[in-house]
Design a protein around this ligand. Structure first.
Ligand SMILES: C[S@@+](CC[C@H](N)C(=O)[O-])C[C@H]1O[C@@H](n2cnc3c(N)ncnc32)[C@H](O)[C@@H]1O
Length: 304
């Protein structure tokens, strides 16, 4: 029998699926070539970038005290697009041990990750057609990835197509803009954002997508419920008396700093971001007189 294009894609990609190997065998997670993607950060599964992403995940998890605000009811298939270090996928697999969790990213999972038996990995570029059957997941999670994808409005339909009716899309991102409650943001922050935004726009992506997620999801008409929580991440611990928000703000500050150090090689010269601009940004972010924050937008939407 002739296979359809999507069946061929699915069977050809199945060979890249990594299952947990028997205890004495290390699974091969050698990087494989994927198409070009406008992603300016270093590979997520190694070194400083891995540590940054893991610390950020654990900081967010400490704050949320849950995997998601969505009322998940014994999901059987969960997909994480942009699994990075695998931290969220592992947590999902441990929270729902009878569910099958699929982590997908262009970067392989870290070699040393302890992969639960119900977690598999697929290497892919999200700009290519998905190698999954439409409507085959109860949950699709994507955090800090939409900000790197062109045409997010269109992309939401691609994500929705992966869900069964009643399934949940968990879309989470920051709005990549520091806001100062007291006064205009300083020249360092302004210069850094100008360069970063220009670079991102040239790549066809929008670093301010976070604040638009809810509207986009509603506009898509793919969901019966669209919910959102906006969490302010304060760069200055004096901006809030809530110790949990202070902890989250500190983690996000350190993580965003890591983003800017991480993108310097690719974005620095192209976006006109000099080390002096980065130093100015850092001074202002740590200025005790300022009240800078960045907003994290967590959405959960139920597929029609
Ligand atoms: C900022 S990291 C976030 C990782 C993880 N979601 C988290 O919250 O820690 C973005 C991830 O998306 C992946 N990514 C970005 N663009 C991609 C694309 N076009 N195809 C596949 N993966 C992509 C990167 O490799 C990276 O692991």
């Amino acid at each position: 029998m002739l296979k359809t294009t999507s069946q061929r894609l699915i069977s050809s990609q199945a060979s890249t699926t990594l299952r947990r190997a028997p205890a004495n065998k290390t699974p091969s997670r050698a990087p494989q070539p994927v198409g070009q993607a406008p992603y300016p950060l270093p590979t997520s599964s190694r070194g400083v970038e891995r540590r940054r992403l893991d610390d950020m995940h654990h900081g967010i998890a400490r704050y949320l005290k849950r995997l998601t605000y969505a009322p998940l009811n014994n999901p059987t298939r969960i997909l994480e697009l942009g699994s990075g270090t695998g931290a969220w996928s592992v947590e999902a697999a441990e929270t729902f041990p009878s569910a099958e969790v699929v982590a997908a990213d262009m970067s392989p999972l870290p070699e040393t990750l302890n992969v639960p038996p119900n977690l598999t990995f697929k290497q892919m570029n999200f700009l290519d057609p998905f190698a999954f059957h439409p409507g085959s997941f109860d949950v699709v999670h994507m955090r800090f990835v939409m900000i790197h994808l062109p045409n997010p409005d269109v992309y939401i339909h691609r994500l929705a197509s992966l869900l069964r009716p009643g399934g949940w899309l968990l879309l989470e991102d920051v709005n990549h803009t520091l806001l100062d409650a007291n006064r205009p943001v300083g020249p360092g922050v302004q210069a850094l954002y100008r360069g970063y935004r220009e670079y991102m726009h040239k790549q066809g992506v929008d670093p301010q997508v976070g604040a638009q997620l809810k509207n986009m999801l509603e506009r898509s008409k793919e969901f019966s419920e669209v919910k959102e929580v906006v969490i302010p991440c304060y760069m200055n611990p004096r901006s809030t008396e809530d110790p949990a928000l202070q902890d989250l703000g500190e983690i996000l500050k350190y993580s965003i700093d890591g983003v800017y150090v991480g993108i310097m090689e690719k974005v620095g010269p192209a976006g006109g971001i000099t080390p002096e601009i980065l130093r100015g940004w850092r001074r202002e972010v740590n200025d005790p007189e300022r009240d800078l924050r960045i907003d994290m937008h967590l959405t959960w939407s139920k597929k029609l």
